[in-house]
Structure formats: C-alpha cells, structure tokens
Design a protein around this ligand. Structure first.
Ligand SMILES: Cc1cc2nc3c(=O)[nH]c(=O)nc-3n(C[C@H](O)[C@H](O)[C@H](O)COP(=O)(O)O)c2cc1C
Length: 273
C-alpha cells in the first residue's frame, strides 16, 4: 500500500501537504500531478500524519487510515485572552486533598499528553505513575538519604542547595520532597535516545498545563527528579535501571485550594535582532 491515498475528486492540488511534510517526501510536480511519495522515500517518513491532517479538502489519506480525528470547528479557535490568562494562571500546587486520583482519569490525561511534540516524532517518552503510598514514602525517604550522602561527599554543593534545612524540615514531619501529593508521574526514556531530555520535559509541561482541565493540579518534584538521576538505588524503587534516564517528576493530585490572583513575574528577557 502506498503511503498516501488521494481522493482525486476532492484534491485541488493546492500543495499545502507538500509544504507541511517535515521531511519533504510529499511531492506534486508543481501541481501537475496529485500529491505522491516517491517509491523508496516511504522509509524517510516520520509518521507525523501532518500531510493528511493539514489538507483543507479532506482529500488525502495517510495510510494506515484509521487514526486521524477531525477537529470540531467550535474547538478550533485559540483565544489569546482565554489561553493567555490560563497559561498565566497555571500554578505549582503544593497543597493536596488526601484523596487518590482515579486511574481512569490519569489514563485520560496521559492519553492527551502523548500528543506533545517529540524530536522527529519519535514518541519514546515513558512514564511511571506512582499510586502506592508505600512507594511514595520510599521515594521521599530515598531522596532525603541521597541528600545526606551528597552532604557528606560535597558539603559545598549541599550548602548551596540548602540540603541541611530540607533534611531538618523533613525530619520535623514536613514533606518537602512531594508535598503530601498522593501521586507522582515520573518521565523517563532510554539512555540511547539523545533528545529524550527535551521530549520528556516538554510532555511533562503539557501534563502540568492539562491537569486543571481534569480538576487536578501538579508541581515539579525537582529534588526527587535529580535524586532519581543520580541514585541508582532510588531508581530501583520504581523499577528502573541504568538503561534509562529519568527526566522529570511531577507531583499530582486534587488541589486543596484554588488561586484567586496571578502573581507578578519578571519581564521576558529577549534580545531582538
Ligand atoms: C524543574 C523544576 C523543578 C522544581 N522543583 C520543585 C520542587 O522540588 N519542589 C517544589 O515545591 N516546587 C518545585 N518547582 C516549582 C517552582 O518552585 C515553581 O514553578 C516556581 O516557584 C514558580 O511558581 P509557579 O509554578 O506557581 O508559577 C520546580 C519547578 C521546576 C520547573
């Protein structure tokens, strides 16, 4: 089966699909032919599906055809005011209801997150979702243990990162690692996948932005994330080994409070050329 099927009744040879192809394998002889992919070029396809998705005439089918969904017109408009306010209103959530998030809801969220951009559309992001209270506890304690070992090995670094203060606070019963969130979503990828650090971080950022639409909130778990990057023992707790690298950790749960205001932030630091 060829990569593209063209409905010749519908195709107006506008060439938008040709322009949209990120690897330039869709051709149309400057409008003299219908769009096609030269035999042998199929293997260069990154399976992004843009050729079909962008066609204004619904004339093109990227094979296999079963997966594309038409965007409802009413959902197409991206409003700068609403979306801008929404982006500015996103907050790191550090107070959670002590109520687990339903697995089905988490599945729905992750089913959207998989649409985040990935280098060459490789889609190699992997996730661990922690639901178990015991594992949450082991991860927090393991992070504190890692902080203690860093404090012994590199007191200068530990001082700069205020590990002593964090350890003392944890020992007083404050969960400075996971903020008593009921769950964690940890993003990782194979060590050989070089662009993964970006892919996973982008997807995690999408995830954080998506959560409020499901009544949820999140916060990056930076200490845990770094501890997972440096401590093989901690990684073992979530079933990962040295074939993979952790690139993100997001606490997640139902927020206890909602924010009434958007706090001030610094100006965008842009060098215009
Ligand atoms: C990479 C990264 C790591 C972070 N690590 C932590 C963390 O370990 N604990 C925490 O409470 N917040 C953490 N945060 C949240 C930041 O403190 C927060 O984004 C910042 O204060 C701005 O607040 P806002 O997200 O509500 O705008 C982290 C954020 C990022 C991007």
């Amino acid at each position: 089966m060829s990569l593209l099927s063209v409905d010749q009744e519908k195709c107006i040879k506008c060439g938008i699909c040709v322009q949209a192809c990120p690897v330039s394998i869709v051709e149309f002889d400057n409008g003299k032919s219908f769009p096609f992919v030269k035999s042998g070029n199929e293997k260069r396809c990154i399976v992004c599906g843009h050729c079909e998705a962008i066609c204004p005439e619904f004339a093109l089918i990227y094979n296999p055809p079963e997966s594309q969904v038409t965007i409802p017109a009413e959902n197409k408009e991206v409003n700068a005011v609403n979306l801008g306010t929404y982006f500015r209103s996103r907050r790191s959530i550090r107070e959670y209801l002590q109520k687990p998030v339903e697995k089905e809801l988490l599945k729905q969220v992750m089913d959207i997150v998989r649409y985040a951009p990935t280098g060459s559309n490789q889609q190699k992001n992997q996730w661990v979702i922690v639901q178990s209270k015991e594992v949450m506890q082991q991860l927090k304690e393991g992070t504190i243990n890692w902080m203690q070992s860093v404090s012994a090995a590199n007191p200068e670094l530990a001082k700069r990162l205020n590990f002593a203060g964090l350890i003392a606070s944890f020992e007083r019963g404050n969960d400075v690692i996971c903020r008593n969130a009921p769950h964690l979503i940890i993003g990782y990828a194979n060590v050989a996948h070089t662009i993964a650090s970006k892919d996973v971080v982008i997807a995690t950022s999408h995830l954080e932005l998506l959560l409020p639409a499901f009544g949820l909130g999140g916060c990056w778990g930076g200490y845990l994330m770094v501890a997972l990057q440096y401590s093989p023992d901690l990684k073992k707790i979530i079933g990962l080994d040295d074939t993979v690298t952790v690139h993100s950790a997001l606490m997640i749960g139902y927020p206890k409070y909602s924010y009434s205001k958007i706090p001030a932030r610094g100006k965008a630091d842009i060098h215009w050329l």
